[in-house]
Design a protein around this ligand. Structure first.
Ligand SMILES: [Zn+2]
Length: 283
């Protein structure tokens, strides 16, 4: 599933093509993609709106849209890619080569160019909402890139909590944007066992974990994200961070820091990889 670095990579790729542009015509090809609102209604409502801004919170992308004569209220188009969603920009005249069965929406831009929404598993959504209905859709936790995240923020988020660090880092109401990959990678870099209780961390642990989260997100972003299978950026390119993963997906291999064998176990319902030597289970 795309996590913060992948969604931010897509946002940065789309911004020069979408910012300030008018959605001339929109086609919704599969009804489920617009949630409870019928796709045809959403397509009509979107047509003619200008994109003011494209921003991100956690794993969500949001397009701020101006009103039109037909629909004078401003609106937001909220996009969540879930498991396999992709947003791809096609320049004027470029051909779309993906299967029609997996192509769920096309946003045609005034003056040429299209943004295609493609999703094999069909869990991704494009929700059009008025301003008052936006915030309940978005994660409440701190987004490390947007809001900042330091040791004190983490100490506050984890205080008194008995759940495992892995479970807590996946909670989008605590830290927005981390998923299975970057939670495992950040815990390894911080030398913290994923099963350790959140409330057992001291100030130094929290500071180290906050730093590790920033490091791994920053490096993944610089590499254009991680492609395991489906993820592509807005130009259709895979991310380059996979070869730099230290523990995620590496069970049975040697830890790049100490040489011990990486282990995997189920935590919070997710396969969790860690190094038993670098990440001692001390609590
Ligand atoms: Zn190790």
């Amino acid at each position: 599933m795309p996590e913060l670095p992948e969604v931010e990579t897509i946002r940065r790729g789309l911004e020069p093509h979408l910012g300030g542009r008018v959605l001339e015509r929109v086609r919704i090809l599969h009804p489920h993609v617009t949630g409870p609102r019928p796709g045809r209604d959403v397509a009509r409502d979107l047509a003619g709106r200008r994109v003011i801004r494209l921003w991100r919170r956690g794993k969500y992308l949001v397009l701020d849209l101006e009103g039109t004569a037909a629909h004078p209220r401003p609106a937001h188009l909220v996009c969540h890619l879930r498991m396999t969603g992709r947003l791809t920009y096609l320049a004027p005249g470029a051909r779309w080569r993906e299967a029609a069965a997996h192509t769920h929406a096309a946003l045609h831009l005034e003056g040429g160019g299209r943004v295609m929404f493609h999703d094999v598993r069909k869990f991704g959504r494009l929700l059009l909402v008025p301003p008052g209905e936006l915030s309940p859709l978005l994660p409440r936790g701190r987004d490390p890139l947007v809001d900042g995240l330091d040791g004190a923020d983490l100490a506050l988020a984890l205080a008194g909590r008995r759940s495992s660090l892995k479970a807590l880092l996946l909670r989008q109401d605590l830290v927005a944007g981390l998923g299975n990959i970057y939670a495992d990678e950040a815990l390894h870099r911080a030398g913290l066992h994923p099963a350790r209780r959140g409330g057992s961390l001291d100030g130094a642990d929290c500071a180290r974990l906050a730093l590790a989260i920033h490091e791994v997100l920053g490096e993944a972003l610089a590499a254009g994200g991680t492609t395991l299978l489906d993820y592509r950026d807005s130009a259709g390119r895979p991310g380059g961070f996979r070869v730099r993963l230290r523990v995620y997906g590496q069970a049975g291999r040697s830890c790049p820091s100490c040489g011990a064998t990486i282990q995997a176990r189920q935590l919070a319902g997710r396969t969790t990889a860690f190094c038993p030597r670098c990440q001692p289970d001390c609590v």
